[in-house]
Design a binder for this molecule. Structure first.
Ligand code: NZQ
Ligand code: ZN
Length: 391
């Protein structure tokens, strides 16, 4: 196991009606003037925004609103939010929504207290200072409610990039699984896929003897395999939603990724797809991940076979571990299809002609070093080959 530092100070409130405490926790974490940030309208339609704002009012906390965050959030609204917060003297940002809203809130929080362009943080400058962010989560997916990351698309060039830093971990996150019951099945499935991708990005490692995190990752993957069909069949299944929601947080606050090298090439390859075609991140990953696995299986066949046996219940073929490894990838792809995810470029609306530009951008775009991935280092031609497997 590699040396590591793990500091994850987010205060989690989990369960039914916990959003009613939002105001109380904003006060507890020092907020006196809040910007309430939200997306395209789901939180208005569900009445959640009213309830959260009522809880702020009950604590006598003033607030301004900024809605309109779109999936794959854009830099334009971030600049708008930074201006609004400065003008209004905002000292706390409350994100009510999904990963896109939370990521936009984090970008604004970092930008408000920084004199330069907030985009510097999306070009590898660590975020050391930001306004405090609290979240009321409405979809189990990105894990931004517990992560030190934010992903934003810069409209100039359509670069989708991530920023990181401990200052970006939310000070509190409210997770009420019942709030996710209004999700359309497709969005539920996209979230499930993203959660599994976060586990797999960590599972594929060159670090030896990391049994504790291997087993945590496998346990969470098995939980997703068990709960996904239950929630797709019955969207009101609170217990299944609860297990998925907590798995989503654990998959990405890095408690099961510490001390081990991680990969993340699939995310970089997917971010090009969601930047170019504006597809849902999880849907893009459903197409990317099996292709990435197929291309890289030979790098460590035993690790792929281990996953196939322990998570997908495949029989180990000791004489031909590549057969077992392949059977695991096939099971994963069948599972994704069964929950309604796309399997290829056509279903995503992606075009073969765009492959060279996307591969170039993934490796070199906006300051890239020409190589992506930790488990396997991929060059531009490898990324082209992986995209081609998706056709
Ligand atoms: O905008 P509204 O109207 O709220 O609708 C949203 C949106 O259309 C809808 N939705 C969310 N909760 C709902 C709901 N509809 C009905 N009922 C509810 N309860 O769902 C749609 C998707 O929302 P979004 O916030 O985009 O989803 P998600 O949480 O999957 O976030 C995706 C973004 O997170 C980034 C992705 O790249 C993508 O931009 N990621 C962020 C990470 C991080 N910060 O750590 C890590 C991830 O790997 C990921 O890259
Ligand atoms: Zn993701």
């Amino acid at each position: 196991m590699e040396n590591f530092v793990f500091y994850s100070p987010t205060y989690f409130l989990f369960g039914k009606n916990e959003e009613e405490k939002a105001g109380k926790y904003v006060r507890r974490f020092g907020g006196s003037k809040v910007m309430v940030h939200f997306g395209g309208g789901s939180v208005k339609r569900s009445g959640l925004l009213d309830r959260v704002e009522a809880s702020l009012a009950a604590e006598g906390i003033a607030y301004v609103e900024l809605g309109g965050v779109r999936p794959n959030p854009r830099s334009g609204l971030v600049y708008e939010g930074i201006e609004l917060c400065r003008r209004e003297g905002v000292d706390f940002i409350l994100a009510v929504g999904g990963g896109s809203t939370i990521d936009s809130a984090k970008a604004i929080a970092a930008g408000v207290v920084y004199e330069g362009d907030f985009w510097d943080y999306y070009q590898d400058k660590p975020v050391e200072k930001a306004l405090p962010v609290g979240t009321v989560l409405t979809i189990a997916a990105a894990g931004s409610e517990g992560s030190p990351d934010s992903v934003i698309t810069k409209e100039d060039g359509m670069f989708k990039r991530g920023a990181s830093g401990e200052a970006l971990r939310p000070v509190f996150s409210i997770l009420n699984p019942a709030l996710t019951q209004t999700l359309p099945p497709y969005q539920t499935a996209c979230g499930i896929t993203d959660i599994m991708a976060h586990l797999l990005e960590r599972y594929f490692t060159n670090t030896k003897d990391v049994e504790v995190t291997d087993r945590l990752l496998e346990g969470l993957l098995l939980t997703m395999v068990h709960e996904a069909p239950r929630v797709i069949a019955d969207p009101d299944n609170y217990e299944a939603r609860a297990n998925i929601m907590w798995a989503g947080m654990m998959a990405h606050n890095n408690s099961c990724g510490v001390g081990r090298e991680q990969d993340w090439a699939s995310h970089a390859i997917e971010h090009e797809l969601s930047a170019v075609y504006d597809c849902a991140h999880g849907a893009g990953l459903a197409v990317v991940f099996p292709a990435w696995m197929t291309y890289n299986m030979k790098h460590d066949i035993n690790r792929f076979a281990q996953l196939a046996v322990r998570v997908w219940g495949c029989q180990m073929d000791f004489a031909h571990p590549e057969v077992t490894a392949k059977a695991g990838i096939d099971s994963f792809q069948r599972f994704l299809k069964s929950i309604g995810m796309p399997v290829d470029f056509a279903e995503l609306g992606a075009k073969e002609d765009d492959i060279p530009a996307m591969a170039h951008n993934a490796c070199y775009g906006d300051g890239g070093c020409g190589e992506i991935g930790g488990f396997v280092k991929l060059k531009e031609q490898d990324v082209v080959n992986i995209y081609k497997l998706m056709i």
